[in-house]
Design a protein around this ligand. Structure first.
Ligand code: FE2
Length: 365
C-alpha cells in the first residue's frame, strides 16, 4: 500500500532538540549555523517547566527545548541521552487522520490529537513513537497564521547573524541497535506506508576496521527520507555502536540540510567555527575517476574538503560536521544535489576512515 492512501505528508515541519541549556543552544545555532530567530516560549509566556527557542533557515525549523525543573521528562531525556533530537515533526493536512491511521497499524501513541488555539488561529497536533525515545509529531497548520504555534510568541532579538544558505531538510538518519534495522524498516513500511529506496550492507559500508548496514525509507513524494543504520560486526567498534553507547539507545544520528551553493555555505560555516570531518587530500587524487565531471571548481572543493559522488542521475556534493554535542552523537550533513538522488555511497569508505580517526582520538574505536 502506498502512503498516498493513508499518510500524505507535505514535508518536515520541525526538528526539536532537548538540550541542557536552550538559551545557549539557540545562540550556537544562530551564530554558527545562521538560523534566524522565530519564536519563544518560557516563563514570560506562562510556562513554568520548560523554555523553547524556535529558529528557522529556509524551510528548516529547529526547536531547542530545555527543562526548568528536575522532575520534567525533558530533564530525564537530557540526563539519559545528552543533548539530542526528541521530535521529528511532519507537516500534514490532517493530524487526526494521521494519528488514527498509524496507531491502527501498530504505532505507539505519544499524543492523541489535540487542538491548540490562540489569536492567530489553530493547530491540530498528534504524535507517535518511533525508534528509541524519538517521536514523530503530526502537525496540521492550515488554519494557523502566527509565527510558529499557539503558546509561542514572536522572538525578535537584536542579534541576528546572517544565514548561510541552508534551504530544507534533505534526510534524517536514525541509528538503531544490533539486529534492529529491519524492525524499524518494517515500521516505516507498515505503519507509515513508506517505501524502501536503497539498501547498503556491510560490504558497501565498511573499512578495514568497522562496518554498518543501512536502509533508506522514503514517503510517497520523497520529501521525507529516513535512512536507518545498525552496527555491523567489524574488527573494531563502529561509529553506530559508539553512538548507541553514548546516546544510551537508538536515536537520530544526523540531519542533512540542503544548500544551492555548497562552496559558499561551507566557507561561511567554517568561518563561524563549525567543525567538519576531514578526508585526506589523497581523496581528491582519484575522486574525478568516478565522478568524471562537475560544474564546480575542483580546487575549491578540495580547499573546503567537500566530498563528491555520482549516481545514474547526476552527482552530489556533501560534507559532515563533527558531533555538535559533548557526547559523540548528533551531527549535521550539508548536501547539494545536482541530479543525484542517492546518499554518497562512493564517499562511505573515505568518510568512515575519517570517523575512525576521530573515534581513535576519543578512545572509542
Ligand atoms: Fe546523510
Amino acid at each position: 500500500m502506498s502512503n498516498k492512501d493513508f499518510l500524505p505528508i507535505n514535508g518536515t515541519d520541525y526538528v526539536e532538540f532537548y538540550v541542557g541549556n536552550a538559551k545557549q543552544a539557540a545562540h550556537f545555532y544562530q551564530t554558527a549555523f545562521g538560523f534566524q530567530p522565530l519564536a519563544y516560549a518560557g516563563l514570560e509566556t506562562g510556562l513554568k517547566d520548560r523554555s523553547s527557542y524556535v529558529l528557522r533557515q529556509g524551510k528548516i525549523t529547529f526547536v531547542l527545548t530545555a527543562a526548568m525543573t528536575p522532575e520534567s521528562p525533558i530533564a530525564e531525556h537530557q540526563k539519559q541521552h545528552g543533548d539530542g533530537i526528541k521530535v521529528i515533526a511532519l507537516w500534514v493536512d490532517d493530524a487526526t487522520h494521521s494519528w488514527k491511521e498509524t496507531t491502527q497499524r501498530g504505532a505507539r501513541s505519544y499524543m492523541e490529537p489535540k487542538t491548540v488555539i490562540d489569536e492567530n488561529g489553530e493547530i491540530i497536533m498528534s504524535g507517535i513513537y518511533t525508534y528509541g525515545e524519538t517521536v514523530h509529531m503530526f502537525i496540521e497548520r492550515k488554519n494557523y497564521f502566527g509565527p510558529f504555534m499557539p503558546g509561542y510568541r514572536k522572538w525578535e532579538p537584536e542579534y541576528k547573524p546572517a544565514d548561510v544558505g541552508l534551504k530544507y531538510v534533505d534526510h534524517i538518519v536514525g541509528n538503531v541497535g544490533w539486529g534492529e534495522m529491519n524492525k524499524w524498516v518494517n515500521f516505516y513500511g507498515k505503519v507509515m506506508g513508506f517505501e524502501q529506496l536503497v539498501s547498503f550492507d556491510d560490504k558497501d559500508i565498511s573499512t578495514e576496521y568497522t562496518a554498518l548496514m543501512s536502509k533508506v525509507m522514503a514517503n510517497d513524494n520523497m520529501r521525507i527520507k529516513f535512512p536507518i543504520n545498525e552496527p555491523a560486526e567489524g574488527k573494531k567498534k563502529s561509529q553506530i555502536e559508539e553512538y548507541i553507547d553514548f546516546y544510551r539507545g537508538a536515536g537520530a544520528q544526523h540531519v542533512a540540510m540542503a544548500t544551492d551553493d555548497i562552496a559558499e555555505t561551507i566557507a561561511k560555516l567554517r568561518s563561524r567555527g563549525v567543525e567538519f570531518l576531514r578526508v585526506p587530500e589523497t581523496y581528491y587524487d582519484t575522486v574525478m575517476d568516478r565522478v568524471v565531471q562537475i560544474d564546480e571548481d575542483l580546487e575549491t572543493m578540495k580547499k573546503l574538503n567537500i566530498l563528491i559522488d555520482r549516481d545514474e542521475e547526476g552527482y552530489l556534493l556533501q560534507l559532515f560536521t563533527k558531533p555538535v554535542e559533548d557526547r559523540p552523537t548528533v551531527f549535521f550533513e550539508i548536501i547539494q544535489r545536482k541530479g543525484a538522488k542517492s546518499f554518497g555511497k562512493g564517499n562511505f569508505k573515505a568518510l568512515f576512515e575519517a570517523i575512525e580517526l576521530e573515534q581513535e582520538s576519543r578512545g572509542t574505536l
